[in-house]
Design a protein around this ligand. Sequence first.
Ligand code: GEK
Length: 235
Amino acid sequence: MSEDRIYSVPLSHVGDFEFDDAVADVFPDMIRRSVPGYSTMLSMIGQCAHQFSVAGTNLYDLGCSLGAGTVLLDQHAARDCRVIAVDNSEAMVSRLQERQLNRTDVILQDIRETKIENASVVVLNLTLQFLPPAERTDLIRHIADGMNSGGALLLSEKVCFDGPEQQGLMTQLHHEFKRSHGYSDLEIAQKRTAIENRLIPETLEAHVARLEQVGFQTVTPWFQCFTFASILALR
Ligand code: GEK
C-alpha cells in the first residue's frame, strides 16, 4: 500500500482537495490514518448487506472511492442482487473497474444524478459531507423514495458539535489520532486547509433530524469516534 505523503512538504499555495490520481494512489493509507473507526464502519457495511439485503434487490455504494465498501456489499448480498457503486472521481472509478466484481456495476456519476430503485441497502460512507449542505435533504429524500420498506441506509460522516468545548476537545483528539499514525503537524495543517471548503460537517443531531424528516422509521446512531459518526436508518 502506497504511503500518503501528499501534504508532507510545505506548499506555497494549498489548493482545494481533489480526488485525483495522486489521492487515489494513496487513498487506502490516507483514510486508514485519517479516520478513526474506519475499519469498524466498513465491517458494519458487510454486516448490513448480510442482514438487510433481500434477494432480487439493489444495493448502492454512493461515493464508493476504491470500493472498500463495495467489495463487502458484493460479497454479502443476498442472491440475485445487483450492487451499484457510484463515484464522480475518474481516478477512483477507473481503479475500481479493474477489480471486476461479479455482481457490481461501477458507474462514473455524480450521486445527485443516480437513480435509486428497488433498494434494500444504501451506503453513504463519508460521502454526504462533500455535498453542499443545501442539497443534502433532496438527496436523502431521493434515496428514501427509492428504498423498499425495511431497507437499511448506512450513513457515516465527519460531524461537528454545537458546543465549542466539545468541538475543541474532539478536534484535538482527532489530530492526536493522526499524529499517532505518523502525520506531522505540517501535514495535518495543510490537509485541514485543503479540505475546509470541500468537507462541511453537520451535527449528529442534524443528520438524525433529516433522516426522520424524509421518512426513515428507525434512526439510530450506532458508532462514534471523536469527530466521526455512523447512523443506521431503516426505511
Ligand atoms: C469508502 N465510501 O472507502 N458524486 C459522486 N461521488 C462523490 C461526490 C458526488 N457528488 N462527492 C464526493 N464524491 C468510501 C470513502 S471518500 C471519503 C468515500 C473521504 C466521492 C469522492 O470522489 C470520494 O471518492 C468519495 O466521495 C469520498 O468507504 O475521502 O473522506
